[in-house]
Design a protein around this ligand. Structure first.
Ligand code: ATP
Length: 238
């Protein structure tokens, strides 16, 4: 198991956002987390990468407890997140944004080969490396957010809504690239509103409701589960 999350709880002030989540991710998997707005999906990712502190529970990465580590230490363990909403630095160039993603790396050769790989995955970023990130299209900004997360050479990549706001053709391109990233050996946890496309890409999935996991199964089984179809796949055939 690469990631073992046990009874994870998170509170914002007095409000409990996660009521004890258990997740188990095997190396090489793509695992998706489905759920309505406010179910706690982003909070789960943010707790794993150290952006919000758990109020209880444990998180083990390759057997090492990481739930008390600050975010920058968790990056050193090779977990990175490409956040929702393409939070890139608009007034920096594409290249500068990517360089920031490698802040933990002191190895210039490793950085160069990561960069070459990212430009291979996203040729558009190579073409626009000198352009200010704020002037990129939505799809390109999303590519940049994923590219920046890859610069730290992650073993586990957390993706929050990578298709948010993208036209279907661009979303499909992003999902194809996520598959390529996974096939190169990166384990992926994917939070996605577009449940159908997420389940087609993922090996397994979890369904969250109001801060709890209510279902977990193979992606194939979830795609055919009548409750999942009804709640997240727009009814029969949708
Ligand atoms: P969405 O798809 O809308 O992002 P989500 O499933 O990712 O939803 P979270 O964003 O994790 O859900 O939110 C879980 C709960 O925690 C919600 O009730 C939300 O209002 C609350 N919450 C999230 N972030 C904060 C915060 N910074 N301060 C207070 N409450 C928060």
């Amino acid at each position: 198991m690469i990631l073992d999350v046990r009874n994870l709880q998170v509170k914002y002030g007095n409000v409990k956002a996660l009521h004890g989540i258990d997740l188990a991710v095997e190396p090489g998997e793509i695992v998706c987390i489905l759920g309505a707005n406010g179910a706690g999906k982003s909070t789960t990712l943010n707790a794993i990468c150290g952006l919000v502190p758990p109020s209880a529970g444990e998180i083990f990465f390759n057997g090492i407890p990481i739930h008390r580590l600050p975010a920058y230490k968790i990056v050193e363990h090779k977990i990175t997140q490409a956040p929702e909403g393409r939070r890139i630095f608009g007034t920096l160039t594409v290249q500068e944004n990517l360089d920031l993603g490698a802040f933990t790396s002191k190895n210039r050769d490793r950085m160069k080969s990561s960069l070459a790989w990212i430009f291979e995955l996203f040729p558009r970023l190579a073409e626009r490396r000198a352009q200010l990130a704020g002037t990129l299209s939505g799809g390109e900004q999303q590519m940049l957010a994923i590219g920046r997360a890859l610069m730290a050479n992650p073993r586990l990549l957390l993706l929050d809504e990578p298709s948010l706001g993208l036209a279907p053709v661009l979303a499909r391109q992003i999902f194809k690239t996520i598959r390529e990233i996974n096939e190169s050996g990166v384990t992926v946890i994917l939070v996605e509103q577009n449940a159908r496309i997420a389940l087609k890409l993922a090996h397994r999935g979890y369904v969250m409701e109001v801060g709890k996991i209510v279902m977990e199964d193979t992606a194939l089984a979830l795609l055919e589960n009548p409750d999942v179809v009804q709640a997240y796949l727009g009814g029969a055939g949708g």
